[in-house]
Design a protein around this ligand. Structure first.
Ligand SMILES: Cc1cc2nc3c(=O)[nH]c(=O)nc-3n(C[C@H](O)[C@H](O)[C@H](O)COP(=O)(O)OP(=O)(O)OC[C@H]3O[C@@H](n4cnc5c(N)ncnc54)[C@H](O)[C@@H]3O)c2cc1C
Length: 464
């Protein structure tokens, strides 16, 4: 360990994970020198808000889950909790059987806990009868992957609630989170409450019903910010000040005695500890030489690409229901669109009384058609889908396309175990080097804040 009195930590990447890690270190360990190296000209990563149709519209994430603590606690610490807003519209629909059908109220990731909440015709009588029961697995669930016993969400739901519930409700909802496939998704990583409940003696549905009975049905599930989600990263960046160095792409990480050398396009930075928060496919080549296990684990993580079009219509051309936040389109439909968010109904700060702003998404792990279309073609196909679903044929007032290639990490069965093994290997091969980010605890903003915090605690412990 270095005998220098001021220890230096380099954080790679200034998205929400890197900014959270750096902020935690700055607050908890004020004597440390913290430097954040960011490749792009500005911090924020995937939290981007821009003016569209005169309104602050998010081009990526527009809200975060408030039923888990990490982002909520960070906002409290930053003094911006009072500014947060809940969506005005909470009900959403699914495009099924050529019409919009409401997602059953009180469902968990689309899994209805009360068959009475399911719109007639959406499921068969047999499916509904099963949903009225405890949700015991048809066959005992397999031990799964290793000691953690992970299973795919598809396997759990199919076994406890049936194929139709999986295909028509749960896969579309969960697929909306990371553009993935429920049959390939780790239940332990993405929906641990399902795994625990499915393995209980009481059954999946009975256990979830009990848990939901304790939750406040009126408590908000998500929060956003009237200035857009980039307000969170801008506030963090403001606190970190000149600790953030933009336009500094990290190209290598190597040992320098008992310290680290972080190479960039513009010279090297020395550090006692390094936290890499760039996407897994960027981190993999940076760490593979010093820790081949970590390099291989990170390099094997798949990412889905998504495209998001903001489309504004004049109110006279399209008005969407005020009590609806939007709809999802399950795979297997002939549409390119995967989701349509009614931004002005969802957020009062995006309702100017003149326009209806839609945020329309395309792209899944098994569908990269949107990536191969130019903007004009993509918008034309999405407008065809909007005509089929909402009946709107008028020309939009304004359109903006944002591409997010390789943006959403996938969590296959056994993902948690693999990440734990990677942390162990890094500890052995490369003490003082930490890798985290959206591929670790989850892609959502709270999970990223948690990942940043955990990396900061690990650095603190390492530096003593
Ligand atoms: C379209 C879309 C919608 C989403 N919606 C939601 C939502 O509503 N709610 C929610 O909770 N989550 C949502 N997410 C997920 C969430 O936004 C992301 O998972 C999260 O912002 C990722 O943060 P991060 O810091 O881990 O990674 P990033 O934001 O990717 O940050 C990584 C940073 O590293 C930098 N970098 C890369 N390479 C280098 C290098 N070599 N050297 C230095 N810097 C480098 C990048 O420029 C970037 O700034 C959405 C994601 C997308 C794509």
């Amino acid at each position: 360990m270095s005998t220098r009195t001021v220890r230096r930590v380099v954080v790679v990447g200034a998205g929400i994970t890197g900014l959270s890690a750096a902020h935690r270190l700055m607050v908890d360990r004020p004597r440390l020198e913290v430097v954040v190296l960011e490749a792009s000209p500005s911090p924020g990563g995937k939290l981007v808000t821009n003016t569209f149709a005169g309104l602050p519209v998010d081009e990526g994430a527009d809200s975060f889950l408030v039923r888990v603590p990490w982002a909520v606690d960070l906002c409290a610490e930053l003094g911006i909790s009072d500014e947060l807003v809940a969506p005005s519209a909470r009900s959403a629909s699914l495009w099924l059987d050529d019409r919009l059908r409401p997602i059953p109220s009180g469902s968990v990731f689309g899994l209805p806990l009360d068959p009475g909440s399911v719109q007639p015709g959406l499921l068969s009588d047999e499916d509904l009868a099963r949903l009225a029961g405890p949700g015991l697995p048809a066959e005992p669930l397999s031990a799964g992957d290793g000691p953690a016993g992970d299973l795919s969400i598809g396997e759990v739901i199919r076994s406890c609630a049936g194929q139709a519930v999986l295909e028509r409700l749960v896969d579309p909802l969960l697929g909306g989170i990371n553009a993935g496939l429920a049959d390939d998704m780790s239940c332990a990583a993405m929906a641990p409450q399902f795994l625990r409940a499915a393995r209980s003696d009481e059954g999946l549905l009975a256990t979830l019903r009990l848990a939901m009975a304790e939750a406040d049905p009126d408590a908000p599930i998500f929060n956003g910010h009237p200035a857009g989600m980039s307000h969170l990263t801008e506030t963090l960046a403001g606190r970190l000040g000149d600790r953030i160095r933009t336009g500094r792409r990290v190209t290598s990480i190597s040992r320098l005695g008992d310290r680290w050398s972080v190479g960039t396009d513009d010279g090297a930075e020395e550090a006692d500890a390094v936290v890499v928060t760039a996407p897994a496919f960027v981190a993999a080549p940076l760490v593979e030489e010093v820790c081949p296990t970590a390099g291989a684990a990170l390099g094997g993580i798949r990412h889905a690409s998504v495209s998001l079009a903001a489309i504004a219509y004049r109110r006279s051309d399209l008005e969407v229901p005020y009590d609806q936040s939007g709809f999802l389109v399950p795979r297997g439909s002939d549409m390119l669109m995967t989701a349509c968010s009614f931004a002005g109904s969802k957020w009062s700060h995006l309702d100017d009384g003149e326009h209806t702003v839609l945020r329309v998404s395309a792209g899944r792990i098994d569908d990269d058609r949107a990536l191969h279309m130019d903007d004009a073609e993509l918008v034309a196909v999405l407008r065809r889908d909007l005509a089929a679903t909402l009946g709107v044929k008028a020309d939009p007032a304004e359109v903006k396309v944002k591409r997010w290639p390789d943006s959403l990490a996938q969590f296959p069965v056994g993902h948690r175990r693999q990440m734990a093994e990677m942390v162990l290997a890094l500890g052995q091969d490369a003490p003082g080097l930490y890798v985290t980010g959206s591929a670790h605890n989850g892609v959502g903003i709270p999970a990223c804040v948690r990942s940043g915090n955990e990396a900061a605690f690990a650095v603190s412990e390492f530096l003593g």
